[in-house]
Design a protein around this ligand. Structure first.
Ligand code: MG
Length: 400
């Protein structure tokens, strides 16, 4: 059964039903919080993936900021297209490692469900609003969405996902919160790992955003190819693209470079992970949980990826033009929170009722669920002026 994980030297990877002994097995899931009868045509991980795709929170991702707010251009990534790219990269990796593709897809598609409007700026603002009341963190919120906030089923709140899917969604968790999460929080207290599927989804997220943010950043004009030539990972693949296609430039050069970067990262990850799996030889998911992290880049690639990440942080995410929009976004979230906290009667009915039970957390849940443009529309409904004057599209009505 043991199979070396294929790197480029192993030749083309063929898809097949092969399942490694270290893969999560839907037939041996730790189960759902509320027991349900098996589905006739789908296993439990496939069913989780389908529940996520059908959820309201998933559709909202289409109008939530990744880096660029929604109205800045039709071609920039949103949380939705980001999540789909993560799932695509994660599935490719999972297939090569003999992992469960459905679980890796479910975790990838759900990993950002808890994101606020306006990306990290929205989260930071909401966290500041909730200081002293448990704070706000988007990753924990993703779990909250699938465990409690989706209301679709007669027998339970949330999506009632399998333990393994929920475990994969919760990437990090402070000890105090982990203690309140029972079995799900245990690994943070014991220093254990999640499934390899969860580990793959986590690094596929990093591969996806580093690369699509290069693409989006160049499209926006806020960063340039000349700047990126200082970054090892970009420079070596831009050089290779130009060597293969002399005279190539513009969007084609960007794409030929980014696709090579993604491939390089994925192949490196498969090789390093293959080495670690061979060394640890985990015979089961339980052995994976007890081992050190097995899905990883080589040290050289980790450094290259880090260099790119630092570049994006300083030159793109902290670019004054991005910062100015994000300052306004923080203000939108703060204005909404203060208005609802001051008078919960301004909340729509069902959310008003939740405040009586949950206090400010119900307001945080309501705001976190908003799309960018719905948040702006809510400002208008409350008679509050959008900070910095009208935003393009702020009169849109999407009924979310
Ligand atoms: Mg993400």
């Amino acid at each position: 059964m043991a199979r070396r994980s294929p790197g480029p030297a192993a030749g083309p990877v063929t898809a097949g039903p092969w399942r490694a002994p270290w893969a999560a097995d839907p037939a041996r899931s730790r189960g759902r919080r509320v027991a349900e009868a098996a589905a006739p045509t789908r296993n439990d991980f496939q069913r989780d993936r389908d529940r996520i795709v059908h959820s309201t929170a998933f559709r909202r991702l289409e109008y939530k900021t990744q880096v660029f707010v929604n109205h800045e251009g039709d071609l920039f990534r949103t949380r939705l297209t980001h999540s789909i790219e993560v799932a695509q990269i994660a599935r490719s990796i999972a297939r090569s490692l003999g992992l469960d593709e459905d679980l890796v897809e479910a975790v990838s598609l759900a990993h950002d469900l808890g994101h606020t409007p306006f990306g990290h700026a929205g989260q930071d603002a909401l966290n500041a609003c909730m200081r002293g009341h448990g704070g706000f963190e988007h990753n924990l919120q993703s779990l909250r969405v699938v465990d409690e906030l989706e209301q679709r089923y007669g027998g339970f709140d949330g999506l009632n996902l399998c333990f393994e899917t929920r475990e994969g969604i919760l990437k990090h968790c402070p000890a105090a919160k982990a203690r309140r999460l029972g079995e799900l929080g245990e690994r943070f207290l014991l220093g254990r790992q999640p499934t390899l599927e969860a580990q793959v989804a986590n690094l596929a997220d990093e591969i996806a955003y580093n690369n699509h943010d290069v693409d989006d950043g160049l499209r926006s004009g806020l960063i340039t190819i000349a700047q990126l030539q200082r970054i090892d990972l970009f420079a070596r693949h831009a050089h290779e693209a130009q060597r293969q296609f002399p005279g190539i430039g513009g969007r084609r050069l960007v794409h030929e470079t980014v696709r090579r970067m993604i491939n390089d990262l994925v192949v490196d990850l498969l090789e390093e992970t293959g080495r670690r799996i061979d060394a640890a030889a985990p015979g089961s998911v339980e052995a994976v949980r007890a081992a050190p992290a097995l899905v990883a880049f080589s040290e050289t690639m980790r450094q290259r990826s880090l260099e790119l990440k630092q570049f994006l942080l300083h030159e793109l995410y902290r670019h004054p033009q991005v910062g100015a929009v994000m300052d306004r976004a923080r203000e939108v979230v703060r204005l909404l929170f203060d208005a609802f906290a001051e008078d919960p009667g301004r909340l729509p009915g069902e959310h008003r009722a939740r405040v009586e039970v949950l206090g400010l957390r119900a307001i945080a849940d309501y705001i976190a669920g908003m799309t960018d443009r719905f948040a702006l529309r809510e400002l208008g409904r409350l008679g509050l002026a959008a900070p910095g004057g009208p935003w393009p599209g702020s009169s849109w009505s999407d009924g979310s």
